[in-house]
Design a protein around this ligand. Structure first.
Ligand code: GEK
Length: 243
């Protein structure tokens, strides 16, 4: 997906307001996420592969917090199960509108239903694959357990949840190092120090990162049988949770 270059934080802003997924973000989103999340493309293509493997006949694959649908489109390419459809959900009207405009019909591929809704309030049913690709980190911490329990309850036996998150680390030196390396990554992607620091302020209290141990424990408490990391690049990681 092509998009304009992200320069939203390039000029000094008098006041930095909390980050929102609005029209201005949507316009630059593919470029922004690609240059901000180390390993993003690798994760998207692996989500496609995992969906190919785990999708079941007569089931639903969910892309929760779908943004412009990168994970949905990767899944759609790889799913060959019969009567399997994809439900993509995001609560940003701007994202959903743009994704709907870009989605093309393809009779040979699974149907895609795009919903504008809060993932805390939707029904999950007959799920064989559930994707939370950098979405849970934006859900209030106190709501995360109930959301994961609901997802688990709506999953079929043998289903998979792919959870990608920005991580935090308990050890102070590790935390400082990983954040620093992420900023180094962003500089190598062409972001200036000002852009990096203004974006960081905008995301404070909006993106709430937790450690892998906390995620793993919560997923096990929600009922999942096994939770492992399959990918990590500095403080960005992706987990596989099996029902
Ligand atoms: C990708 N998965 O390209 N309900 C629904 N959507 C939500 C909620 C919520 N409660 N909270 C946040 N979102 C995508 C990238 S971006 C990650 C996901 C990022 C949505 C929000 O509107 C945004 O579109 C998305 O979650 C997070 O694979 O920008 O770092």
């Amino acid at each position: 997906m092509h998009s304009r270059k992200d320069s939203l934080y390039a000029n000094p802003l008098g006041e930095i307001t909390a980050f929102k997924f609005d029209d201005s973000v949507v316009t630059v989103f593919p470029d922004m996420i690609q240059r901000s999340v180390p390993g993003y493309s690798a994760i998207i293509s692996a989500i496609g592969m995992l969906a190919g493997r785990f999708s079941q006949d007569n089931s639903v694959c969910y892309d929760l917090g779908c943004s412009l649908g990168a994970a949905t489109l990767a899944m759609r390419q790889q799913i060959s199960a019969k009567h399997c459809r994809i439900v993509a959900v995001d609560n940003s009207e701007s994202m959903v509108k743009r994704f709907m405009q870009s989605l093309t019909a393809d009779a040979d591929k699974p149907d895609v239903e795009i919903q504008c809704a809060d993932i805390r309030h939707i029904d999950i049913e007959r799920a064989s694959v559930v994707v939370l690709n950098f979405t849970l980190q934006f859900v209030p911490v106190e709501d995360r357990h109930a959301l994961l329990k609901k997802i688990y309850a709506g999953m079929l036996p043998g289903a998979v949840l792919i959870l990608s998150e920005k991580l935090a680390f308990d050890d102070e030196r590790q935390q400082a190092l990983q954040i620093d390396m992420h900023h180094h990554f962003k500089k190598m992607q062409g972001y200036s120090d000002l852009e990096i620091s203004q974006k960081r302020s905008a995301l404070e209290n909006v993106l709430l990162a937790e450690s892998f141990a906390v995620h793993q424990q919560r997923l096990l408490m929600a009922g999942f049988n096994s939770v492992e990391l399959w990918f990590q690049y500095f403080n960005f990681a992706s987990m596989i949770a099996l029902k």
